[in-house]
Design a protein around this ligand. Sequence first.
Ligand code: BTN
Length: 251
Amino acid sequence: MSFALHHHDVLDSTSSEAARRVRAGAAAHGEVHVAREQTEGRGRLGRPWHGAAGAGLYLSVVWRCASRPDGAAATMAAGLAVLDAVRALGLEGARLDWPNDVEATGGKLAGVLIEALADPRGGTALVVGIGVNVAQRDFPEELTRERAVTSLALEGVAVTVDAVRERLLVAVATRLEQALDGNRHERLAHDFLVATELLGGTVLVRVAERDGETTHRGTLVSLALDGGIEVATDRGPRHVALEHVRALERG
Ligand code: BTN
């Protein structure tokens, strides 16, 4: 897989740029938009993503698919790609936090935003936006108020933004190919579950309902792309389809 890199000094958002190109029918499979700085970086659930100039890696990959890919598989694959990359760079202790944040000792290290767009040239284009905190030594207070945040530098991994990008793109290709091959989904879900370090532990599953949410607390027994999550609770086993899981956390 070869990626075509588009370097930008400042962008509103690499994912917005990639989406504009998809909608214009101009985006090639494997094109990557990388910015030194983002002024309107976007996170999941409408949250902003802080994009200090030069300190983090901000990129979005366009992945064109003949048909709409399994959303949960793509989500897992993207998180695992970031995890594979930061572990390969020396941060062995990193783990995944539902659905695909990468966490280290000091807090959240990286985030992934996946968007699936109708491709005017046919099929679906995934825009996989990834932000990794690389060289930051401190963060704005409004960011750390909600949750702890860290960077590779703060975790003791001295590495350049370019080195993270190179390692990350290799991992993205490997994991997205796995996500698009149904025969490899079992392994993908297994790797994901291991990476969350939740298997066999007590978890809290928040389940989205039409008018709110319900929660189940118990032991996490299994997670599969087709079978969803199984939790052994005091009231017996509970099964939740992945698309209904709002959060899966240590309970
Ligand atoms: C999250 O944790 O909520 C996801 C954060 C995703 C941030 C990246 S930075 C590169 C790309 N461009 C964006 O605007 N967002 C993603």
